[in-house]
Design a protein around this ligand. Structure first.
Ligand code: ADP
Ligand code: MG
Length: 320
């Protein structure tokens, strides 16, 4: 497959999808640039995330998984902002043009685009070490986007799903152990919590998606908001796949493992009784794990009241 054949193939496979969503670009793939139209009263939310082979995924991962995840991690940023996905751009560097690989990659990408209701509006294709950069654009009513900087002391700290599953799968994969099937899905096929992000608009005071580890990402939210928080470790979500681990190991994985793509958010305490309804709206379990408080820093409290210190605190590139 040549470069233009890949682009053509993408365009054809996305054409049918384009008919089924409301935000078809006015001018999409095929010209020098795309043209999109922003409805009156709405703001555009933009984010970009790059996936590099052997850094963010293994080169021999299924091509469909790579395609789906490249878009999912970007949709997750829109979810964290409470935005409705609208358009995305795809820039790929490919070492070669393996037809089968490209076709599978597009299949995964298309599945995730359908899940997110997002339109492919353009991109760039080049030869090089396998790298995928997606840029997403979403829409929100002006002024309603969820941000990191609005948490108030006394808010509930809530997390969706079960952080730690993706980290468990990666650990099992690295140790060449049998990988738990749900943990594998969390790692290879993360689902952006778009419905949750939408449901939180006007309710959550701050929100972040958990990509670098719950403790690290929550710390970013706290710093932006100018407050601290206490997390009770016995309140962390439970999962059968994590049940065999020693407590300390499980907590380290749940707080320090990355790649979860769950949402962590703060909710004024009067919404405590709405959590059940939010769960239903969002289709994902929600768990109150602690509270924010005046001051700064994140305190991790063991069931016996002692403090837990996290061995490895979030994923950071260039850290070694
Ligand atoms: P130019 O040289 O003007 O940048 P390209 O040949 O790079 O044009 O791209 C032609 C058209 O195909 C553009 O509309 C571009 O957005 C689209 N395109 C190229 N690569 C991709 C891709 N990987 N995904 C989506 N659209 C792409
Ligand atoms: Mg180009």
């Amino acid at each position: 497959m040549k470069e233009f054949e890949f682009i053509d193939h993408l365009r054809q496979r996305f054409a049918a999808h384009a008919l089924n969503t409301p935000n078809a670009p006015l001018l999409g793939m095929g010209d020098d640039a795309a043209i999109v139209s922003v409805p009156a009263g709405r703001q555009v939310v933009v984010s970009t995330d790059m996936l590099v082979s052997d850094v963010h995924f293994f080169a021999d991962d299924a091509a469909a998984d790579i395609g789906a995840k490249a878009l999912a991690v970007n949709l997750s940023d829109l979810a964290a902002m409470g935005a409705d996905p609208a358009w995305f751009f795809l820039s790929v560097a490919l070492p070669g043009m393996d037809y089968r690989w490209c076709d599978d990659f597009i299949t995964g990408l298309l599945e995730m685009a359908e899940y997110g209701g997002i339109q492919l509006a353009g991109g760039d294709t080049t030869r090089g070490p396998l790298t995928i950069t997606v840029t997403v654009m979403g829409l929100v009513e002006a002024g309603t986007a969820l941000r990191r900087d609005g948490a108030q002391p006394g808010d509930l700290v809530v997390v969706s799903g079960c952080p730690g599953l993706a980290g468990l799968a990666l650990q099992q994969e690295n140790l060449e152990e049998t990988v738990d099937s749900e943990a594998r899905l969390a790692l290879k096929r993360p689902q952006a919590r778009l419905a949750l992000g939408r449901a939180l608009r006007g309710k959550a005071t701050a929100c972040i998606d958990v990509s670098d580890g719950l403790a690290a990402d929550l710390s970013h939210l706290l710093k932006a908001s100018g407050c601290g928080a206490e997390i009770r470790l016995q309140s962390l979500p439970q999962h059968p796949a994590l049940a065999a681990l020693e407590d300390d190991e499980r907590w380290a994985l749940q707080l320090g493992g990355g790649d979860d793509y769950e949402l962590c958010f703060t909710l004024p305490p009067q919404y405590r009784h709405d959590i059940e309804r939010l769960q239903q709206q969002a289709g994902i379990a929600l768990q109150v794990i602690g509270e924010t408080r005046a001051g700064s820093g994140l305190k991790l409290t063991r069931p016996d009241g002692g403090e837990f210190s996290l061995p490895r605190f979030g994923y950071e590139h260039f850290s070694e």
